[in-house]
Design a protein around this ligand. Structure first.
Ligand SMILES: O=C(O)CCC(=O)C(=O)O
Ligand SMILES: [Fe+2]
Length: 324
């Protein structure tokens, strides 16, 4: 049986994907899906921009293998890890510093995972002698994440009366995925890492049993996104907030960490290629709901983020229409 729990507003809703007919992705059939699923999903995306998914089809042993691979990488010497440093910002091995200005302390970032050799390139730099097991595990997780992102996006779009086919073909052809493997190691100090919103359509996050992720609720309270076995956390990012004309909410979130055990998380950001335009869905604009954002190239949006140290919370003011 399916559970769609939509309890109090600050319990992050759990959406059971086993409820979807097997052909949901290929032909978007919605008839056999209880309306309550779309109601719970839309409410989650509108109010807090976070939900959890279960029965998502990512094999448990793949997550375990990725977890072990990441632990082995982060346990390597500084010298080995630093072979993965990139001249490009927010790619490869990145150390966020201990001043908590970064959203994460230590990360290995694979950009554009499905259209380039970014995974193989980083692996070859870190392990010139090769590490096929690590590479294959990351590649396999990334390719499953692309499929899952498309499915979840389709589901989130199905809450609106929009041309699903048109939007989905854009996602399939014009999105790219970034995989950040994040590591939090104990050093005796409790830190609150930088609160931020994600620049994605959606982000799919796996956090381990340590927990520590928090989301800012519309009432201005930090609420924990608790670890739930077998689940993945999905959050709405800035692009989705813009496309939906602010119906969906890209929420501020952060991690509090100061435990005894190492914490790991895997964040998969599904976002646009640089030459794609983010524009408000025409179907969501009318007299009562005028277009809130200017059409914006994702490249400009990304550059704005880089120039401002990724400091903006939500889409920056620069991309709002002057009339607002
Ligand atoms: O480590 C986490 O749980 C969250 C990381 C995060 O929010 C991010 O990488 O954008
Ligand atoms: Fe984030």
């Amino acid at each position: 049986m399916t559970s769609i729990m939509d309890n109090t507003p600050w319990t992050i809703p759990v959406i059971d994907l086993s409820i979807l007919p097997s052909d949901f992705y290929s032909n978007g059939t919605q008839e056999n899906i209880p309306k309550s699923l779309f109601t719970a999903l839309r409410k989650a995306c509108e109010q807090v921009g976070f939900f959890q998914i279960i029965n998502h089809g990512i094999p448990e042993n793949l997550i375990e293998n990725l977890d072990s691979a990441a632990r082995r990488f982060f346990a390597e010497t500084k010298e080995v890890k630093e072979r993965g440093v990139s001249s490009l910002l927010y790619r490869g091995y990145v150390v966020g510093g201990k001043d908590a200005v970064s959203p994460t302390p230590e990360s290995l970032i694979f950009s554009n995972v499905h259209r380039s050799n970014s995974i193989a390139d980083i692996c070859d730099k870190v392990w010139p002698q090769g590490n096929p097991q690590f590479r294959e595990t990351v590649e396999s997780y990334a390719s499953k994440m692309i499929e899952l992102s498309n499915l979840v996006l389709k589901l989130c779009l199905s809450c609106f009366e929009v041309d699903l086919g048109r939007y989905m073909s854009t996602f399939e052809n014009k999105c790219e995925g970034w995989l950040n493997m994040n590591n939090y190691s104990p050093d005796g100090v409790q830190r609150i890492y930088r609160a931020h919103t994600d620049k994605s359509w959606i982000t799919i996050l796996h956090q381990d049993t340590v927990g520590g992720l928090e989301v800012l609720t519309p009432k201005g309270k930090w609420a924990p996104v608790e670890y739930k076995r077998g689940s993945l956390v999905v959050n709405v990012g800035d692009i989705f907030q813009m496309w939906s004309n602010r119906v969906y909410r890209s929420s501020e979130h952060r991690v509090i960490y100061g435990g005894q055990r190492t914490r790991q998380s895997f964040a998969f950001f599904y976002l646009f290629q640089l030459d794609m335009e983010i524009s408000v869905a025409k179907e969501l604009v009318d007299e009562k709901h005028p277009e809130y954002y200017k059409p914006t190239l994702f490249g400009e949006f990304e550059k704005h983020g880089r120039d401002h140290g990724l400091a903006s919370i939500g889409p920056p003011k620069a991309f709002e229409r002057e009339t607002w």
